[in-house]
Design a protein around this ligand. Structure first.
Ligand SMILES: *Cc1c(COP(=O)(O)O)cnc(C)c1O
Length: 366
């Protein structure tokens, strides 16, 4: 029930109490989100009230969105890529499938060929858009099986999807091979790099997954995961900068006449935050963050295996999975659909926590 108004003190003592029951990030080993970089928080606060849904009112903030897409485009080997900032991987994937369907309007019963390891957002996207989702099996390394993908493609296929950094196992699908298949069959190829897009380019040995490969049509990437931005910030990039215009609808009463976005009102704050982190840290800073996460990933795998707890796979990015049933309560971990223990070595998961976690596990298993 609404009351007659609280004092600010009453209100914030309530909020602080409530926030106290959220988990402490030190124990969160299951999330792909992390504590935003201080620069992201400062940028977010500065742009708090901006609305990218009405860009004519905020031309300055709108220019930051274009800069963010350009920065990520360059990182993905195509500075001239098109794109915009979404609310995250889910919206990016929905929009990518919308684009793919729009290009093949004549197909009556469209299908999308998606790996079994795909994020559940593809279920939502296919459901909303009336697209049949065809699941492709994985090989023994839990990467998409190209032969099966090719088998599943037919004349009604509007989109092929590959994952660069799977949510559950941190694997990069054979994107180069899939890109060739897409070219051969002339189909839209969407790469879901929601997690891996802010990791792979900064690895010591980057795995090809981006616009460098001619068959890649669009890419989803989430600055609010490994990009250390504030939530919500995803990006959808397209090879053809004009492609998004096929989604344009008329927008009377706004400062722009048309928009192709899914959301109407869109926050400028996390966009400034995402750009802020990239420009502040630069390539060197991002490489250092990613290198730290990958070192912790390797240490965690080594430590677990020293107790006889085997890795499920050797991941390409900082997601670890183990054949393990029991973890002390204070650690917030997750479990994959196949029943493996899953720990994501995000930037807030420091080496000390890894060692502390291993010590706890050692008391059970050593
Ligand atoms: C996290 C993730 C998504 C969904 O992103 P949201 O930001 O949660 O909507 C999609 N695909 C992959 C591979 C992801 O890891």
């Amino acid at each position: 029930m609404l009351n007659d108004g609280l004092t600010e003190e009453e209100l914030f003592s309530f909020f602080n109490r409530v926030k106290g029951s959220d988990l402490d990030h030190r124990f969160i080993l299951s999330s792909m989100c992390t504590v935003p970089h201080p620069v992201a928080v400062r940028a977010h606060n500065l742009f708090m009230e901006t609305n990218l849904g009405d860009p004519g009112l905020f031309p300055g903030t709108a220019s930051l969105e274009r800069l963010l897409i350009e920065r990520i485009g360059s990182l993905f080997h195509l500075p001239a890529a098109g794109g915009y900032a979404t609310s995250g991987g889910t919206e990016s994937n929905i929009q990518a499938l919308r684009l793919a369907r729009e290009q093949k309007r004549e197909i009556q019963s469209p299908n999308a060929v998606v790996p079994e390891s795909a994020h559940f957002s593809f279920k939502k996207a296919c459901d909303i858009l009336g697209i049949e989702m065809r699941s492709v099996t994985l090989d023994h390394t839990l990467r998409m099986d190209c032969a099966d993908a090719e088998d599943k493609i037919d004349k009604n296929t509007i989109c092929l999807v590959g994952i660069a950094g799977t949510t559950e196992y941190g694997m990069v699908d054979p994107i180069a091979d899939l890109a060739c298949i897409a070219v051969e069959h002339e189909i839209f190829f969407h790469v879901d790099a929601a997690f891996g897009g802010m990791v792979i380019p900064f690895l010591e040995k980057p795995i090809p997954f981006d616009f460098m490969l001619p068959g890649v049509t669009s890419i989803a990437v989430d600055p609010h995961k490994m990009g250390l931005s504030t939530i919500p910030c995803g990006c959808l990039l397209t090879r053809d900068p004009r492609m998004l215009n096929i989604l344009n609808i008329d927008t009377p009463y706004l400062t722009v006449k048309q928009e192709f976005t899914l959301a109407g009102t869109r926050p400028g704050a996390p966009v400034a935050a995402a750009l802020g982190v990239l420009d502040y840290l630069g390539v060197r800073g991002m490489k250092a963050i990613v290198a730290g996460c990958m070192r912790n990933t390797a240490r965690l795998i080594d430590g677990m295996e020293s107790f006889g707890i085997e890795r499920a796979v050797t991941p390409d990015v900082n997601v670890t999975t183990f054949v393990c049933k029991d973890v002390p309560d204070r650690w917030k971990v997750s479990w994959t659909r196949r029943g493996h223990l899953r720990i994501v070595c995000m930037p807030h998961v420091h080496r000390d926590q890894i060692e502390e976690f291993l010590k706890d596990i050692g008391e059970i298993y050593a």
